[in-house]
Design a protein around this ligand. Structure first.
Ligand code: S3P
Length: 171
């Protein structure tokens, strides 16, 4: 049996899009943890942050991660903060190959500057916010992953191909 394929990385790194491409080409079921949180809570991520706060969001996120880590042969696309709780990584890694989409910061900035659905990036100073948040998370992403995929200007399809190759070889 193949292990799960788990994508981690910063907001805007392309986890969800790559996962959707691979859902078709690997013919595997896809679980997007953020979407699952919204379905289970019947509430958008933004509303959960606003009404219940980040701590509660993290509790729900961990519960959903635990639930889906027990499945087999699925693609799991995670939220960017999943690495903040090491229990999440323990769960995801039990039967999952974890790949970090390590995207160049300027590329992240260009994608995120037009995004409005990420509560942690609200407000002024997006570039500084990306840098300070990534400075605290970068090592966590790297040490949580089995594979660190460095991405500069490759297209999302090229990235999906690279991920697929790693998974077919090692998953
Ligand atoms: C978060 C990333 C978001 C979402 C939430 C918190 C984070 O997911 O889970 O807004 O802490 O990095 P994406 O990485 O899919 O944007």
């Amino acid at each position: 049996m193949k292990s799960n394929l788990v994508l981690i990385g910063f907001m805007g790194c392309g986890k969800s899009t790559v996962a959707k491409i691979l859902e078709k080409s690997l013919e595997m079921k896809l679980i997007d943890i953020d979407k699952e949180v919204e379905i289970q809570e019947k509430c958008s991520i933004r509303n959960i942050f606003e009404k219940k706060g980040e701590e509660e969001f993290r509790r729900i996120e961990s519960r959903v991660v635990e639930e889906f880590s027990k499945k087999n042969n699925i693609i799991i696309s995670t939220g960017g903060g999943v690495i903040l709780d090491e229990k999440n990584i323990e769960n995801l890694g039990k039967d999952g190959l974890i790949i970090y989409l390590d995207v160049d910061r300027k590329v992240l900035y260009n994608r995120l500057k037009n995004s409005s659905n990420r509560p942690l990036l609200d407000g002024e100073g997006l570039w500084e916010r990306i840098n300070t948040t990534l400075d605290t998370r970068e090592e966590l992403y790297k040490k949580s992953a089995h594979y660190n995929l460095e991405i500069a200007d490759e297209s999302i399809y090229e990235v999906a191909d690279m991920v697929k190759k790693i998974y077919i070889e090692k998953g």
